[in-house]
Design a protein around this ligand. Structure first.
Ligand code: NDP
Ligand code: 2IT
Length: 446
């Protein structure tokens, strides 16, 4: 079996050498899927996984814009249209200087499986740019977004490809891109999700990824007769996902000890309560400042520059910042300190070796494609509301989100139960694969 898996990965590597993040995402999926596919007559010999590893289309384009000093800047824009077997391409846009083809292909590949798990009709895609929104004025961000959309608009549409936010792309950027799309097409449609509530957005979309991650962690603990109430939680990141993961932890009675950004983390041993979290939201969303400023208002907390929060003792860890932010040393530290549940709010935050440590030590571990699917799920609900030209209440959307997370948990159990461990990764990979593979088989070789 190992030979078959390595043979497959060698083939993929030939076409995708120099794309380490993409290869990492494929490896993680192939190790669960190849043994499954070999045993299933309908999938065996159809080269389905190989087809799923090749994007249906990759768009790369120049994005010129003029900064506040009048200088012309050049960035690169991308959209990976990965798989449209079960619906139009759907997935976020990331604006970060580290963005490259490998990172966007890994994200688009993961998105295909994640979207399938939501049970909503969405294919997978991802895009973005190496543009860095940090330290840019509002007008610079607007001019960049308009220029980016001036190329992207011809490739997307409410029945073709529906982008949303991701790192560096929040409500402000979605607004500027939506405005430019509407102006170019003279159409008011649901072409982007994460829109403002007064112009077609869904209630709970900003909260959905973080809330969904915590609902999933709660489902995992409930399954063992436990819950988040009274538990200590470490969170990384202080952006959209981290903020609402922290908020839902507080709703469920847990104590949040840490939050971070790319410069370091804060540790508040008294717990980050609702007021403190509000202050973090102000620092990050309004002031667009650094997490270290938390100490100016709360001097009893500590700040560790250039460090990650995984050395802090906790029951539950929620990595909510970025890929490969939790390695096997961090995993060993967490386990040594008594952590027994890890749910990924970010995409691929745990390295393959870190995941092996969790499995070896029988730690509850939820892969992002399952635990952070709440964000795209509510994007799917936003699309449904746009098609209906109607909007659901906060309670209705939250209830649907909760039910979707419960169903994803159930699918993971169906295919991931092992003798004395629930392999959530395997469960998520197999159950999401079946839906996409069946659709691909039905639609022929296209
Ligand atoms: P935001 O841009 O709102 O926040 C990102 C956070 O992560 C910031 O605190 C940022 O710190 C930190 N971060 C980013 N890059 C790095 C890095 N290289 N090292 C350390 N910290 C870093 O993004 P989101 O919260 O939306 O996204 C966070 C993660 O969640 C990503 O992996 C994303 O793909 C995933 N995700 C997002 C969804 C969504 O709906 N938004 C849905 C599903 C998954 P700093 O301010 O210093 O950059
Ligand atoms: O990684 C993700 O699932 C997202 N960034 C959200 C995608 C979406 O279309 O809402």
């Amino acid at each position: 079996m190992q030979k078959k898996i390595s043979g497959f990965l060698r083939e993929i590597e030939k076409r995708n050498s120099h794309e380490p993040e993409f290869m990492q995402a494929v490896k993680e999926v192939a190790e669960d899927l190849i043994p499954y596919i070999i045993k299933q007559d309908i999938y065996h010999g159809k080269n389905i996984l190989m087809r799923m590893c090749e994007p249906e289309r990759v768009l790369m384009f120049r994005v010129n814009w003029v900064d506040d000093k009048g200088e012309i800047r050049v960035n690169r824009g991308y959209r990976i249209e990965m798989n449209s077997a079960i619906g139009p391409y759907k997935g976020g846009l990331r604006f970060h200087p580290s963005v490259n083809l490998s990172i966007l292909k890994f994200l688009a590949f993961e998105q295909v499986f994640k979207n399938s798990l939501t049970t909503l009709p969405m294919g997978g895609g991802k895009g973005g740019s190496d543009f860095d929104p940090k330290n840019k004025s509002d007008s610079e961000v607007m001019r960049f977004c308009q220029s980016f959309m001036t190329e992207l608009f011809r490739h997307i549409g409410p029945n073709t490809d529906i982008p949303a936010g991701d790192i560096g792309v929040g409500g402000r950027e979605i607004g500027y891109m939506f405005g430019q799309y509407k102006r170019l097409k003279n159409e008011f449609t649901g072409v982007l999700t994460g829109k403002g509530v007064s112009w077609g957005g869904s209630l709970i979309r900003p909260e959905a990824t973080g809330y969904g991650t915590v609902y999933f962690a709660e489902d995992m603990l409930n399954y063992e007769g436990n819950s988040l109430k009274g538990k200590t939680v470490t969170i990384s990141g202080s952006g959209n996902v981290a903020q609402y993961a922290a908020e839902k932890c507080l709703h469920l009675g847990a104590k949040v000890l840490t939050m971070s950004d790319s410069n370091g983390f804060i540790f508040d041993k008294d717990g980050i309560n609702e007021d403190k979290l509000k202050h973090i939201m102000f620092l990050k969303n309004v002031k667009r400042s650094r997490i270290s400023e938390y100490l100016k208002k709360y001097p009893n907390a500590s700040y560790m520059r250039d460090k990650k929060p995984w050395g802090i003792k906790c029951d539950v860890a929620l990595p909510c910042a970025t890929q490969n932010e939790l390695d096997h040393i961090d995993a060993k530290n967490l386990i040594a300190n008594g952590c027994y549940c890890v749910a990924e709010g970010a995409n691929m935050p745990c390295t393959i070796k870190a995941i092996s440590e969790f499995k070896l030590n029988k730690i509850f571990y939820a892969p992002g494609k399952a635990s952070n699917a709440g964000g795209v799920a509510v994007s799917g609900l936003e699309m449904a509301q746009n098609s209906l030209r109607y909007s659901w209440s906060r309670e209705e959307v939250d209830e649907k989100l909760k039910q979707i997370m419960i169903n994803i948990h159930r699918s993971c159990l169906e295919y991931g139960k092992e003798k004395d461990y629930i392999n959530y990764g395997k469960g998520a990979n197999i159950s999401s694969f079946i839906k996409v593979a069946d659709a691909m088989l039905a639609q022929g070789v296209v």
